[in-house]
Design a protein around this ligand. Sequence first.
Ligand code: ADP
Length: 508
Amino acid sequence: MTDVILNDGVTPEAQTQAVRDLLATTPDKQLFINGEFRAPRSGQYLETHDPATGKVIARIANASEADVNDAVSCAQAALKGPWSKITPMERAGILNKVADLIEANIDELCELEILDQGKPWYVARWAEIPAAANQFRYFAGQAMNIEGQILNTSINYQPEGRDVQAWTVREPVGVVAAITPWNSPLVLTAMKLAPALAAGCTVVHKPAELTSLSALRLAELIHQAGVPEGVMNVITGEGAKTGSCLANHMGVSKVAFTGSTSTGRAIVDASKSNLKRVTLELGGKSPAIVLPDANLDLAIPGIANGIFFNSGQVCVANSRTYIHRSIFDQVLEGIAGYGAGLQLGHGLNRETQMGPVVSVDQAEKIESYIKTAKNEGATIVTGGQRLGSNGTFIQPTVVTGTQLNSAIHCEEVFGPVIVAEPYDDINDAIEWSNNSEFGLASSIWTQDFTHAQRLSRQIQAGTVWINSHSMFDASMPIGGIKQSGYGRDSGKLALDNYLDWKTICAVV
Ligand code: ADP
């Protein structure tokens, strides 16, 4: 059993001077508007904590309506400035430079993200921060691929002796509000900012109040890469105040949102103000289906990693798994053993395999799901406890014997908690998978690729992985169906979120 927390209650020494300075001074972090840091007009700040120790690491500005207005006005002005004149190749050059700067500052960005969010070093250093850089590189390429069409018209009422020529062009949609969550702050931000900037939009970014530090540093790097003043702005603050004000703003043309389904609904309501466009990447309860012929050397660590990576705070995490009864005990034991063997600790410690969850509220929410499941008669195969003296550590937890309609089985727990149940008939596993308000992701584990391919068409989800889970690439569209949202991040499709079509028709 995992019962030791590395560096319990202690902050290990940071490797970068910037983060050592941050820890030494507990600074007030300002808003980033029009290419400079500015104190909020509200004069208000919110504390931000290290979830591994509970200590305050900085205060972030709590932007008021006046601050949001400033940021949106600057973004509107910047739409008409030099940003609208630069060539696609120059824009691509700037985006590639952003990627270079992320890579040049990768250790600092990782340490900021670890302190603010709680993730382990390896998650930040080898998965998320490089993936953020890749988003900018991928969309640098896409910036040079924005094309309209020549239209083949049948208009026969043009003046005698004249021709009609018609074509479409693509134009940036305008000011984009990027509203992002706290689970993977920098990479999820990059997934909005890179295509928005590639399309020629200007951006006001509202990061999650729990994890705003890396976003402020990224804005500085984007500015350093050569983006003109006002193109990239960051306003920090509470969701219900700063976020809501931004989502309602008449000067915003599009909201790109990742977060909970309930906040997604609030964003749709807010969008009615000026019928701004919205894309939503929301919650999930993604199933992993393990067939009797699965390669268990792949399936057991793959499924365990799919739920315990980033302490289960991943929107696509396989938080439920349906395992064929013939191999159920073996797979259950394997996943539980993997979880119980994970080393918990502070993310700055390089040996840590799983960090805390992001906040006290989140830890209490997860504990409550586990407690309710126990009261309803479910079996906790491993884990189930909160650990440590100061941080918000939850043991990797495996639960079985749940009712199909119970909260832990249906709702998004967003923690290191997996529900595992046996099935006899694959049709039941498919039906249970689809019997969900969510439709974000899923995985199928089998060595029969033809069968997997057929099953992949029956699953209601935005992504189906075969013999893997949570595999991402900047080229692969990601997003949901049903109440997991609409629109896609990553891939060519994502660029469309930030572009309008204009039709031009000429008598020549
Ligand atoms: P969680 O509930 O897990 O904290 P949210 O979906 O509420 O996640 O948060 C995602 C992002 O949405 C955060 O940046 C948060 O500040 C913001 N947010 C929360 N409420 C609103 C709202 N009513 N309008 C706009 N943004 C919001």
